[in-house]
Design a protein around this ligand. Structure first.
Ligand code: GDP
Ligand code: K
Ligand code: MG
Length: 272
C-alpha cells in the first residue's frame, strides 16, 4: 500500500500544530517550503505509518497574499493530498469557516475538527456539529486538543478516510444570479482543468485572481467571454466580482452558523 498524505489546514492559532504533535508524537520531519522561509513539517500518524500528516502554515484564505497562503495554495493545488483535515477554532466559528468554504471548492475530500471545545463549553455555547456537517456536506468532529478529548474519533476518521478512494464532494451553492454566471464560465473552461478542481478555477476566474488567470493561459476569446459574463453579473448584483464572492461566502456561513450554534445567554433569555 502506498503512503498517503493528509493535510492539516486552518487559521493561525486554531491548534493545528498542537493536534499535529498529538497525532504524530516524536516522528516528525521539519524543513522549509521551497523558496520561502516558512517551516514545513510532516510526520506519520502514530497508529498507522502509511498515513503522513502535513502541518500546513496557518492561513485565513487561499488568496496568495502572504508567503504562507501561497505555500498552502500551491501545495493543495499541485501536490493533491489524499484528504484534508480542516482545524477550526470553535470560539471563532464564522471567521474560521470562511477558509473552510474555500477548501471545499478544491475538490479534495475533507473532514472538519472543531477545536477549543473546552473554551466553547466554558463560554456557554452549544455547537450542533450534526447541523454543521449537514450544511457543509462533510464530517464535523468536536475536539479539545488541550484536554485531549475527541482525538480518538479524529484518528478513526483519518484511518477510515485513508482507506477510501477518490470521491466527489459537495461545495457551497450561492445566489442563483451568481450560479448562472459560474455555470457559464465552467462550460468555457472545463476542457482545460482537472474535473475535481473545476469549481475552484471557475470561482478564481470570477474573482479575477491574477495568478490563476496567468497560470491558465486561456485563449483571448475565452478570456473575453469570461470578462463579459463577470461584467453582466456585476451589473445585475451591483458589486464587483471579488466582493460578490466574499459576500456570498459570508451569507452562506452566517446562515449556517445561525442554525448551528446556541448561546446559553440567549437560552436563558427565552425561558425566563
Ligand atoms: P496553530 O497556529 O494552528 O498551529 O495553533 P497551535 O497549535 O500553536 O495552538 C495555538 C494556541 O492554542 C496554543 O497556545 C495552544 O496551546 C492553544 N490550544 C490548542 N488547542 C487548544 C484547545 O483545545 N483548547 C485550548 N484552550 N487551547 C488550545
Ligand atoms: K501559532
Ligand atoms: Mg502551527
Amino acid at each position: 500500500m502506498t503512503k498517503r498524505q493528509i493535510a492539516l489546514v486552518g487559521n493561525p492559532n486554531s491548534g493545528k500544530t498542537s493536534l499535529f504533535n498529538e497525532l504524530t508524537g516524536t516522528n516528525q520531519s521539519v524543513g522549509n517550503w521551497p523558496g520561502v522561509t516558512v517551516e514545513r513539517k510532516s510526520g506519520n500518524l502514530k497508529e498507522n505509518h502509511q498515513i503522513e500528516l502535513q502541518d500546513l502554515p496557518g492561513i485565513y484564505s487561499l488568496s496568495p497574499y502572504s508567503p504562507e497562503e501561497g505555500v498552502a495554495r500551491d501545495y493543495l493545488l499541485e501536490e493533491h493530498p489524499h484528504r484534508l483535515l480542516n482545524i477550526v477554532d470553535g470560539t471563532n466559528l464564522e471567521r474560521n469557516l470562511y477558509l473552510s468554504t474555500q477548501l471545499l471548492e478544491l475538490g479534495i475530500p475533507m473532514a472538519i475538527a472543531i477545536n477549543m471545545m473546552d473554551v466553547v463549553v466554558k463560554e456557554g455555547t452549544i455547537i450542533n456539529c450534526e447541523k454543521l456537517a449537514y450544511g457543509l456536506g462533510v464530517p464535523v468532529l468536536p475536539i479539545s486538543v488541550v484536554k485531549k478529548s475527541g482525538l480518538d474519533k479524529i484518528k478513526e476518521q483519518l484511518q477510515l478516510e485513508n482507506n477510501l478512494g477518490e470521491k466527489e464532494i459537495a461545495y457551497p451553492i450561492y445566489d442563483d444570479r451568481l450560479e448562472v454566471a459560474l455555470n457559464e464560465i465552467e462550460g468555457l473552461i472545463k476542457a482545460y482543468v482537472p474535473k475535481h478542481q473545476l469549481r475552484w478555477f471557475t470561482i478564481k476566474l470570477f474573482e479575477r485572481d491574477v495568478k490563476v488567470v496567468e497560470k491558465m493561459t486561456l485563449s483571448k476569446d475565452i478570456q473575453a467571454e469570461i470578462e463579459e459574463i463577470i461584467q453582466i453579473t456585476e451589473k445585475i448584483m451591483d458589486e464587483d466580482g471579488e466582493s460578490i464572492i466574499i459576500n456570498e461566502r459570508y451569507d452562506f456561513i452566517s446562515q449556517l452558523v445561525a442554525l448551528s450554534i446556541v448561546k446559553e445567554k440567549d437560552f436563558k433569555l427565552t425561558v425566563s
